[in-house]
Ligand binder design. Structure first.
Ligand code: GLA
Length: 444
């Protein structure tokens, strides 16, 4: 595998020096969706599917990108302090994000370039974090060009936190889950991840069940078409946080510092989930709230609220259901903590139930499911899964399913027939696989 990649590298870049190879795995999130950007926990695991790169440094600052998959055209840019994004969805943006992020955070003395050839068996647009795996791979390429070693010179969690911020370059307002599990995940274990500061706890996987991933086949390119949809939830959550802060400040009679929703649980306030839920109800009206009413609650002008909090989110006349988003955060926080305990106790039934509740909340409170994802999770439960939910950003992509080990064959056959065959009308191999973990990203 690595020998072939090296050989292909020499063909792609004749005359370049001997390359070094690195890998960055994908991930599947077991539970904790759309919580990371609020500083609330998640529980993903790495996948065996990964992005592999061969890279050789260049002194002239040029970054040359090639991909074994012809769908990704050759790209090139020059490393500088003023990198600007290419068109949304263009794959060089991920390399630019990594390079710009490292330049900003580490302020290295030089601005070297590199030649990089990438190949991948990780499906893209399936909610399995192909984007962040690419950012991490490109970061490893650039660190190599800078003669910096992962761990020795740049600790894994430091790089993960840096790249979470750096990925905003592509225009998505994601959190830090993907970069953290890709860099700090371990073989045979799941990761419970907490943020600000980033912490990773290794958690056992069930020994009586398999984690099965089913691709709904509806693509969710979060840096392309799904970007505005994805960003709507982070934006509305941050707005919800501002409303909660305004209410607390009113009640305390002084300004209360709450930067993100997670601060309600983890900051000096140290609220219980029940207290956070009660605060949300006091702070935010039920159902869709029009912009004018939100502005009044914040004591600001509607235009100011729109530019400060909503940005690219379209103005919806009827308003936004912010309380539903906050309900999801409180519920999902509780579910992740309980799921971690269930994994520690080997209680797969409890984990499955929590996954089902998480899917319902993603569908009803966040609006990130699709008819395909709903049908696929329903079919999975009928086919014997203990738990089934969408995984990743939503709006398409894959589901994650907890299936008793002795039922996997029947599960796959049933989902193949009912979802891919009868519902989608597809013939041929169904995109289903049993998830296997792999070590965190690093040198091959
Ligand atoms: C994407 C983002 C993550 C996270 C998930 C949803 O994968 O990159 O940061 O928000 O969506 O849980």
């Amino acid at each position: 595998m690595w020998g072939e990649l090296t050989e292909a590298f020499h063909k792609a870049f004749p005359g370049a020096g001997a390359p070094k190879c690195f890998r960055a795995p994908g991930r599947v999130n077991l539970i904790g969706e759309h919580t990371d950007y609020n500083g609330l926990p998640v529980l993903p695991m790495t996948l065996a599917q990964e992005i592999r790169i061969a890279v050789a440094p260049r002194r002239d600052g040029r970054v040359l990108l090639r991909n074994a998959d012809a769908a990704f055209a050759p790209m090139e840019f020059v490393n500088s302090d003023t990198l600007s994004p290419s068109a949304p969805g263009s794959w060089d943006n991920y390399a630019k994000a990594a390079v710009a992020g490292i330049n900003h955070a580490l302020a290295p003395a030089g601005r070297p370039g590199f030649c990089m050839l990438a190949e991948s068996d990780l499906p893209s647009g399936a909610g399995l974090s192909s984007s962040s795996a690419l950012v991490v791979a490109c970061a490893l390429a650039y660190l190599h060009a800078l003669e910096l070693e992962l761990e020795q010179d740049v600790p894994r969690l430091k790089l993960a936190a840096m790249l979470a911020e750096a990925e905003h370059f592509v225009g998505t307002r994601g959190g830090g889950m993907d970069q953290a599990v890709i860099l700090a995940g371990a073989a045979g274990r799941a990761c419970k991840i907490d943020f600000f500061p980033l912490r990773v706890e290794s958690v056992p996987l069930p020994d009586d069940c398999e984690v099965v991933v089913c691709d709904s086949t509806a693509k969710a390119e979060k840096s392309g078409a799904a970007r505005a949809l994805y960003n709507m939830n982070p934006r509305l959550c941050h707005l919800g946080c501002a409303l909660a802060r305004a209410k607390l400040s009113e009640e305390f009679g002084e300004d209360v510092q709450v930067e993100r929703l997670g601060d309600l649980w983890y900051g000096p306030l140290c609220l219980t989930t029940r207290e956070a839920e009660s605060l949300f109800k006091r702070a935010v009206p039920e159902g869709p709230v029009p912009l004018a009413e939100i502005a009044e609650l914040l004591g600001q002008k509607p235009e100011k609220v729109a530019s400060q909090w909503l940005e690219e989110v379209p103005i919806v006349k009827g308003g936004y259901d912010i309380l539903a988003r906050l309900r999801h955060q409180a519920g999902e926080y509780r579910r992740v903590e309980t799921a971690r305990d269930a994994l520690m106790a080997g209680d797969s039934t409890a984990l499955g139930r929590l996954m089902n509740e998480s899917h319902a909340s993603c569908r009803d409170n966040l609006g990130i499911s699709t008819p395909e994802l709903d049908r696929l999770t329903e079919t999975a439960l009928e086919a014997g899964a203990l738990g089934a939910r969408l995984t990743g950003a939503g709006f398409g992509g894959a589901t994650v399913n907890l299936v008793p080990a002795d039922r996997v064959e029947r599960f796959v056959a049933t989902v193949e027939r009912r979802y891919y065959g009868e519902y989608l009308g597809r013939v041929g191999n169904a995109p289903i696989f049993t998830a296997h973990t792999s070590p965190g990203a690093g040198p091959a």
